[in-house]
Design a protein around this ligand. Structure first.
Ligand SMILES: *[C@@H]1O[C@H](CO)[C@@H](O)[C@H](O)[C@H]1NC(C)=O
Ligand SMILES: *[C@@H]1O[C@H](CO)[C@@H](O)[C@H](O)[C@H]1NC(C)=O
Ligand SMILES: *[C@@H]1O[C@H](CO)[C@@H](O)[C@H](O)[C@H]1NC(C)=O
Ligand SMILES: *[C@@H]1O[C@H](CO)[C@@H](O)[C@H](O)[C@H]1NC(C)=O
Ligand SMILES: *[C@@H]1O[C@H](CO)[C@@H](O)[C@H](O)[C@H]1NC(C)=O
Ligand SMILES: *[C@@H]1O[C@H](CO)[C@@H](O)[C@H](O)[C@H]1NC(C)=O
Ligand SMILES: *[C@@H]1O[C@H](CO)[C@@H](O)[C@H](O)[C@H]1NC(C)=O
Ligand SMILES: *[C@@H]1O[C@H](CO)[C@@H](O)[C@H](O)[C@H]1NC(C)=O
Length: 430
């Protein structure tokens, strides 16, 4: 109630604050937003039919004036709120109440853009991309442009996305690009397992990203860490680094639980994945690269995976095709090194490891320890197929290929935790 009263008192203050605080960038707000508005205050109608694009745009434009004065929350109450793409703003929370569902209108290129100090959270409200129409057009080869991503974060820092559900994205779901300090917590992502390119979360040329307690069912990689494509990524040269993934649950029958690449030309470094579960998923932590991609994938730490029904527990690919055009530099070779896996339990597995580096550019420094793979009844006779890779192992069953056969120690995992975002997420109810 206090916040509501403050909101009315301060409605005019925001405009003044804009002048006073324009350009000011403070610390991540530890608490809750000072100004609170409902999307209905801007004329929105939650009947699932009325277009609310103008209402969201008006709300965000007005509330952006509160950035320097304690920030603002835009509450989306229970109901179905149809809208085209809209942008978020700084020092801003989009709060989806219980039973709230934002429905993406079926206009081209649905995306939400944001920049600084934003939160998208709530009581498990939903953002529904209504992707079926885009999947159909994609399959029919009717699209001359890329399908939109559901939530696009660009050049943003201090972002929290928590307790929301993303459903049926036209393409990738969450795409933080050129961002720092991103926390994604308690997020559910659901798409049919045969929907095209519905990656769950794709941190792209971003650093200090924490993904925890998320549940993802999708038609593509549950998480895919990326950093640019071939000569364009090499030139832009912005790695994805310091990425933490904890307590992920993934279902993705034709893709990876966590993919590193294939776009990795700006480099991927210091990825830490732990305590996660995959069910009916093609592979665990997969590294995808190839000649022409350049860049690097290094210092990857994985521990505590529980995997059920997998095609390949370990999968590295050195000939991942797909180049943006013909001007990729064939001399640009990726450097893949320092990949540590420990405490991996898997069952109902077709093949333990498909480990394929690049001729004259081997993937090195691979370490596996304490790995127990139980095979499916129809498992392959050949359990490990290794080419152009080099590493060590200890306590791995079934017995790894000679390339990984040298006796190793338990594979290390960094002792010190990375500090990403606030240690306690703000608990706000609006
Ligand atoms: C969002 O902001 C970007 C960058 O300023 C702009 O290009 C785009 O048109 C905006 N989109 C909408 C839907 O307002
Ligand atoms: C959030 O909503 C989704 C979709 O309705 C549901 O599957 C999930 O269990 C919910 N999560 C929580 C924590 O309530
Ligand atoms: C998210 O939901 C969980 C479970 O209901 C709750 O414990 C937690 O406080 C919520 N987090 C935020 C940031 O609202
Ligand atoms: C790329 O090269 C292939 C084979 O040489 C050729 O068929 C194709 O037209 C080229 N594409 C472009 C965009 O130049
Ligand atoms: C084992 O995996 C196969 C697919 O390879 C699947 O059909 C079967 O249901 C799985 N069994 C169990 C017990 O999960
Ligand atoms: C092993 O991997 C290599 C390189 O990818 C491939 O050419 C070969 O066919 C594979 N062998 C088997 C038996 O699958
Ligand atoms: C992986 O663990 C091994 C064995 O403890 C260690 O020698 C190696 O340095 C670790 N890799 C990285 C990238 O830290
Ligand atoms: C990230 O957030 C933490 C905690 O809020 C803060 O201490 C740190 O300076 C931030 N780092 C960056 C790079 O923004």
């Amino acid at each position: 109630m206090a916040t509501r009263r403050m909101m009315h008192a301060a409605a005019a203050v925001c405009a003044v604050a804009l002048v006073l605080f324009a350009g000011h960038i403070g610390a991540l707000p530890a608490g809750c937003r000072k100004h609170v508005k409902k999307v209905t205050d801007y004329g929105a109608v939650g009947d699932g039919k009325t277009s609310n694009t103008a209402a969201f745009a008006k709300a965000v434009a007005e509330l952006s004036n509160c950035a320097g004065d304690g920030g603002a929350a835009l509450v989306v109450p229970a109901g179905k709120w149809l809208t085209g793409p809209f942008n978020l703003t700084s020092h801003f929370t989009l709060f989806l109440d219980h039973g709230a569902e934002i429905l993406a209108s079926q206009t081209p290129k649905w995306r939400m853009f944001t920049d600084k100090y934003k939160l998208v959270n709530g009581k498990n409200g939903t953002i529904n991309g209504q992707g079926q129409v885009w999947w159909d057009k994609f399959h029919a080869k009717e699209l001359t442009y890329a399908r939109g991503y559901l939530l696009e974060l660009l050049y943003s820092d201090s972002i929290i996305i928590s307790n929301v559900t993303f459903v049926d994205s036209p393409s990738w779901n969450l795409h933080p690009t050129y961002c720092t300090n991103v926390t994604i917590s308690g997020v559910t992502i659901l798409a049919p397992v045969n929907s095209p390119n519905t990656d769950g979360i794709d941190p792209d040329s971003s650093s200090h990203v924490k993904i925890e307690d998320c549940y993802i069912v999708s038609g593509d990689d549950c998480i895919a860490v990326k950093s640019g494509w071939d000569q364009y990524g090499i030139k832009f040269n912005m790695p994805s680094q310091h990425i933490v993934i904890k307590r992920l649950t993934c279902i993705s029958p034709t893709s990876a639980m966590i993919a590193l690449g294939s776009e990795m030309s700006g480099g991927i470094q210091d990825v830490r994945a732990e305590d996660s579960v995959a069910i009916n998923t093609e592979s665990g932590v997969r590294i995808k690269s190839g000649v022409g991609r350049g860049g690097f994938v290094k210092d990857v730490f994985v521990r505590g995976l529980s995997l059920h029904t997998m095609k390949w527990v370990f999968w590295m690919t050195g000939n991942y095709g797909q180049h943006p055009d013909n001007s990729s530099d064939r001399r640009a070779l990726p450097d893949v090194t320092g990949i540590n896996y420990s405490n991996v339990f898997a069952e109902n597995v077709t093949m333990a490891g498909r480990m394929e580096g690049i001729p004259n550019d081997p993937y090195t420094g691979i370490c596996m320890s304490n790995v127990m793979v139980h095979l499916a009844p129809d498992a392959k006779k050949l359990q490990w197929n290794c080419t152009d890779v080099k590493g060590v192992s200890s306590n791995v069953s079934p017995k790894p290929c000679p390339e990984l056969g040298a006796a190793g120690k338990p594979c290390a995992f960094p002792e010190e935790e990375l500090v990403i975002g606030p240690s306690i997420l703000p608990q706000c109810s609006y």
